[in-house]
Design a protein around this ligand. Structure first.
Ligand code: AHR
Length: 311
């Protein structure tokens, strides 16, 4: 064989060896299916794994942290090459993550952060900045309401990073507007059904005193929109609504004038997550937070942007 050909085939062999070393089995513990946002995230991760020839063991925790912990332990027992975790809440992960580290399995967090005393328990977090999202929602609302009015808030799952941080960012900005006040704030568990039920209770208690709604995600806002309509009011007009996620359905509601603004939170993280996992398996050190950049979409931009929405 001529030396040039030998060099090329050696390089090819190295490349296939490194790909073979990376492609393997990865466990993915997902929270559940509380909205189409989460379905979009799951599909994005599944299809990115297929693209890279990775076998993905998928586990749906049905909204329970204990199921996520069981799934992680089962992935460790099966000796997977890496674990992806979308953690339902921020706390309670330390013991199981120590077991993962002891087994020398890299763990990538997706879409929600956790609180641990030792950050080396995970390789990286790939997620949006939820405090930023809460701040952007409040800034937009303050402008729309000219700095005065009453608000009700639908919070996400108690203890979940997006619920804690979105509330924090929202309140931080609201402090600058003493004539804006939150009348009621309660969890709608990030899902449409609970969002509707809690909004019904808000309306029963406050009636037409409510000027605006801040929903921690689009799914709850869409549920609340139905409650407002059933109460004989016009969502988007009688009650100004700002929510978070940027789902196509939220854009449709904005085009119909039933929602006023959505702050983006991108769930299409599959290629990034799988890419980061491959690097972690190869022993590369990753930044602790690979932050997603999100946009703010008021109703006025909905008609021109709706065609670009992918989830
Ligand atoms: O962690 C991201 C949040 O979780 C999304 O905003 C929401 O829709 C989901 O439930």
């Amino acid at each position: 064989m001529n030396p040039r050909k030998a060099l090329i085939s050696a390089a090819g062999l190295c490349l296939s060896l490194s790909v073979a070393a990376i492609a393997g089995t990865i466990g993915f513990s997902q929270i559940g299916f509380e909205s189409t946002w989460r379905t979009a995230e799951t599909e994005s991760i599944k299809s990115a794994a297929v693209d890279r020839g990775i076998k993905l063991l998928f586990s749906d925790a049905q909204g329970k942290q204990e199921n996520q912990i069981k799934a992680i332990r089962s992935f460790v027992a099966q000796k997977v090459d890496g674990i992806i975790l979308a953690p339902i809440v921020e706390t309670g992960w330390e013991p199981v993550l120590r077991e993962v580290r002891k087994a020398r399995i890299p763990l990538v967090l997706v879409d929600r952060g956790i609180r641990v005393s030792d950050p080396s328990l995970y390789a990286t977090l790939i997620a949006s900045d939820f405090v930023f999202e809460g701040r952007e929602a409040a800034k937009w609302l303050a402008k729309k309401m000219s700095g005065r009015g009453t608000i009700v808030e639908l919070q996400g799952i108690p203890g979940a990073a997006p619920a804690i941080d979105r509330k924090k960012g929202f309140e931080e900005v609201l402090k600058k507007y003493p004539r804006m006040s939150v009348l009621r704030s309660q969890t709608g568990n990030f899902n449409r059904t609970d969002g509707k039920q809690v909004m019904e209770a808000f309306l029963k208690a406050e009636g037409r005193n409510i000027n605006a709604l801040f929903a921690h995600n689009d799914a709850m806002a869409l549920g609340a929109i139905s409650a407002i309509e059933e109460a004989g009011m016009k969502p988007g007009t009688d009650i100004i609504i700002v929510s978070i996620d940027g789902m196509k359905e939220a854009f449709e509601a904005m085009v119909a004038g039933r929602l006023n603004c959505t702050v983006e939170c991108n769930p299409l993280l599959g290629p990034l997550v799988i890419g980061a996992m491959e690097k972690a398996i190869a022993g590369e050190k990753l930044p602790k937070w690979i932050k997603q950049v999100d946009g703010v979409f008021p109703k006025e931009s909905a008609a021109s942007m709706i065609g670009t929405r992918k989830y």
